[in-house]
Design a protein around this ligand. Structure first.
Ligand SMILES: *[C@@H]1O[C@H](CO)[C@@H](O)[C@H](O)[C@H]1NC(C)=O
Length: 353
């Protein structure tokens, strides 16, 4: 990669150096562990028809209908107290649900990518948030140790039917990331000042996976491009992928994304547009979908849409979702299929089905 990076300085089209790689698309669904079997079939077969390869799923408990999807409720992994590695303290329901989901997903050519919790869960007062709030969680030794123990618990969860721990399931799991959008509510400066948290967690994950797991260690993104790419993450050995999230029009331009592609290439990391979306009316949305997908694919990046739903989008508030069968679905479907044919700046082929 170093040689490529030096060559890249001499060539204007540095991003074309990965010969033969393609981009791809995927989606997120934070309550996927709660899907009933027919909803799961709708989602996964829809994603497959769009050529989507990765479904990002969450490990936070959900107790009621989300985005018009009537889910099977499930509790938090640590429902009542911080477990700090005591096996009997964790409620593995969410992991067992995802065991089933990943088997189904595999049959549709899709891998799952679980972030372990979201910053919002802290803010909403989960067991960590209750005790440490949204700041001490990232600063004090004990919550970091207990969160590492949670990561170790998850990575060693023995799949209910495959009989192997998650850390060995590279045919089902695309990557692991410590958190979705760690620290975002604290602001960009805080994230810059606490970059080490991310690399420390990545070391824990990588320590469990080992060097040849076939599973990626990823950052989980932040609110926008410049927040999502931090220098200490580019130089963190345990991290394989820097995840970027972007919703703002200014960030969804090839010229805005390109410098981050080059930084990641120079550092020997992969980059992925792990969350992106567009709100507004159907016609505006279809036009926006095309322009942002072209901008991201133009920067030769893979992208995961926020979010594809197994039911019609109820348009709660300022939403980005697209239900399978909604008026914008065929547009998104076509763009995702195009991504599979477009040249990619990073080769993910070894990690996809
Ligand atoms: C885990 O949660 C489920 C669903 O709420 C519950 O039925 C089960 O008893 C819990 N298991 C443990 C070990 O607490």
């Amino acid at each position: 990669m170093r040689a490529l990076a030096i060559l890249g300085l001499l060539l204007p089209l540095q991003h074309h150096l990965v010969v033969g790689a393609n981009t791809f698309a995927g989606s997120s669904l934070y309550y996927a562990a709660g899907l009933r079997s027919d909803e799961r079939t709708t989602l996964l077969s829809g994603m497959q028809s769009a050529g989507m390869k990765v479904l990002r799923v969450w490990l936070d408990g959900q107790s009621y209908t989300q985005k018009g999807t009537d889910i099977d409720p499930f509790p938090d992994l640590e429902p009542t107290t911080i477990c700090n590695g005591v096996a009997s303290c964790y409620n593995d329901t969410v992991l067992e649900r995802l065991d089933d989901l990943m088997i189904d997903a595999h049959s549709y050519g899709i891998k799952v990518l679980p972030p372990h919790t979201r910053f919002n869960a802290l803010a909403a007062g989960d067991v960590y948030g209750k005790e440490y709030g949204t700041g001490y969680f990232y600063e004090q030794a004990y919550p970091q140790q207990a969160f590492d123990a949670r990561l170790v618990h998850i990575l060693n969860h023995v799949h209910t039917t495959l009989g192997k721990p998650w850390k060995e399931l590279n045919q089902y799991i695309f990557g692991f990331e410590a958190e979705n959008e760690a620290m975002i509510g604290k602001g960009q400066e805080y994230i810059q000042q606490h970059q080490q948290w991310q690399c420390d967690r990545a070391n824990t994950i990588h320590g469990q996976l080992g060097d040849n797991s076939g599973i990626l260690v990823m950052t989980g993104g932040e609110s926008w491009l410049s927040e999502s790419v931090q220098p200490d993450w580019l130089s963190c050995d345990a991290l394989d992928v820097i995840s970027i999230h972007a919703y703002g029009a200014g960030d969804l331009e090839t010229s805005a994304i390109q410098p981050y592609v080059e930084q990641a290439q120079a550092a020997g990391k992969k980059l992925i547009m792990e969350e992106c979306g567009t709100p507004l009316s159907v016609s505006a949305r279809n036009a926006n979908l095309k322009s942002f997908a072209n901008a991201i694919t133009g920067a030769e990046l893979a992208w995961l849409y926020w979010e594809v739903l197994p039911n019609a989008d109820p348009h709660n508030g300022y939403d980005y979702e697209i239900g399978i069968g909604d008026p914008s679905w065929s547009t998104l479907q076509g763009l995702a299929q195009e991504a599979l044919q477009a040249p990619g700046a990073f080769d993910f082929s070894a990690y996809l089905l």
